[in-house]
Design a protein around this ligand. Sequence first.
Ligand SMILES: C[S@@+](CC[C@H](N)C(=O)[O-])C[C@H]1O[C@@H](n2cnc3c(N)ncnc32)[C@H](O)[C@@H]1O
Length: 233
Amino acid sequence: MSLLDIGCGTGAITAGIATAVASGEVAGPVIGLDRDTDNLAVARQRHADIPNLRFESGDVLSLGYRAQFDVVNAARTLQWIADPALAIEKMKAAAKPGGCVIALDYNHENNRWEPDAPPEFAQFYRAFLDWRTANGWDNRMADHLPGLFRAAGLGAIQVHVSDEIVRRGDPDFADSAGIWTRVANTIGPAIAAAGFTTEREYLNAEAAYRDWVESGLERLALFMRTVEGVVPP
Ligand SMILES: C[S@@+](CC[C@H](N)C(=O)[O-])C[C@H]1O[C@@H](n2cnc3c(N)ncnc32)[C@H](O)[C@@H]1O
């Protein structure tokens, strides 16, 4: 089985897929594609030992593959693309007739923290959503995937609930819930540069959120859906 993973990032998911594919009855090549060369450098270094895996630099919007892969996958990637319909069209073109296109993504408007987040973080999260909207990125990507798949001519569409829920006491609680400290830290500067927050606000949000993960936050639910569709023969 051959697979193309769009927006592979640093390749953790792609490497897991490649290892699973290699142990299957019909092993095949797995390619991780990303437009971020820094991510790709990390991916290549971390996963150099997996023989059926390679990484390529490229933008899904100018993907040149035609009818080549059994599966074309995009995890948490379409949410960063202002023209997801074109991306899905390119993914469909890269898959073989009878092959499968799969996308996993968020509905950021439905993400929930219990109890309510501290005001510093709530304000930052609103700025994050507004900044995304201003860039043309869909905050309800997960909900719009089935319609986009249908419009692209994919058939046999299935939707799977893939929510990520962590509760205090779970072994990975601090790391999983802490994703938003990392978001404030890494994306905060871009959101500030675009005028949706300030350095002071995102640093305050990061600090307040970190404290809250230590003592306060009980449950975080990130709303996610996996959608799959089949390329007509
Ligand atoms: C949130 S990361 C997801 C990484 C990985 N798939 C995962 O689920 O952990 C999104 C990735 O999509 C990549 N990306 C965004 N737009 C892209 C595009 N138009 N073409 C290729 N990669 C893109 C980014 O560089 C980033 O590495």
